[in-house]
Design a protein around this ligand. Structure first.
Ligand code: DX5
Ligand code: ZN
Length: 220
């Protein structure tokens, strides 16, 4: 079953509550909270995303899928645990060594939150195989992290297939989330490759009827 996680990164200022209520009505499976610190990526959405996540938490029971694109992962975990997300995902490339990756995984899990590990397009999938038994989800970036509205990098479809093959052959039970440039034209290739959670921002937020596009993107 494919799930849809709607990125709120590109929500129009002043239309936040209308958008969030609309997404709840359209039954998005998750709200995807794109947290950026202006260091790991150029944009800084940190405080805005914390505010939005707190607001969504108050008005909706739908789960939060927090995507930390930040260098100070400890701070991000602390701050975003407060909004009781379903999952917190951090970037492999923001960690100085394996020990740091394992420490973040442990800290998130100790706080009864699921944990995801994300990799940028230029990172080889093999680099994170050793962490798969300890996480709930691998977030494969299908664009360069840092902004919405980009075009999906088609070579990332092969990366998803490779990951899917590895987890099938090694009995690993994790979700594969694809994030960036997902729309009605690119969704099928990503789903066929093995992604079972699709993040979409622009494709959904620009639609007149969120439910139509979310249902379409879910279709297997
Ligand atoms: C990019 C973010 C993505 C992005 C998705 O750094 O992680 O979640 O907002 O937006 P679209 O669907 O517009 O590519
Ligand atoms: Zn994201």
């Amino acid at each position: 079953m494919v799930e849809i996680s709607t990125s709120i990164l590109s929500v129009i200022k002043g239309e936040e509550s209308k958008t969030f209520f609309g997404l709840e009505k359209a039954k998005t499976d998750y709200f995807h909270i794109d947290v950026m610190d202006g260091k790991f990526v150029k944009k800084n959405t940190y405080n805005k995303m914390l505010e939005y996540a707190s607001y969504i938490k108050r008005i909706s029971n739908l789960p939060l899928d927090v995507h930390l694109m930040i260098e100070d992962i400890d701070k991000g975990i602390e701050d975003f645990l407060a909004v009781e997300p379903n999952i917190i995902t951090f970037h492999y490339e923001a960690c100085k060594d394996k020990e740091e990756v394992m420490n973040h995984i442990k800290k998130i899990k100790e706080n009864n939150c699921k944990v995801g590990l994300s990799i940028k397009p230029e990172t080889n999938i093999e680099e994170i195989y050793e962490f798969l038994p300890y996480i709930h989800m691998c977030l494969v970036m299908t664009v360069e992290p840092g902004k919405g509205g980009q075009t999906l990098l088609t070579e990332m479809v092969d990366k998803i297939s490779k990951l899917k093959k590895y987890i099938a052959e090694n009995n690993v039970e994790i979700d594969i989330e694809a994030d960036g440039g997902i729309n009605l034209k690119t969704a099928d290739a990503v789903k066929d490759a093995g992604a079972n959670i699709l993040v979409a921002g622009t494709a959904i937020l620009m639609a007149n009827d969120y439910k139509v596009i979310i249902d379409e993107l879910r279709k297997k």
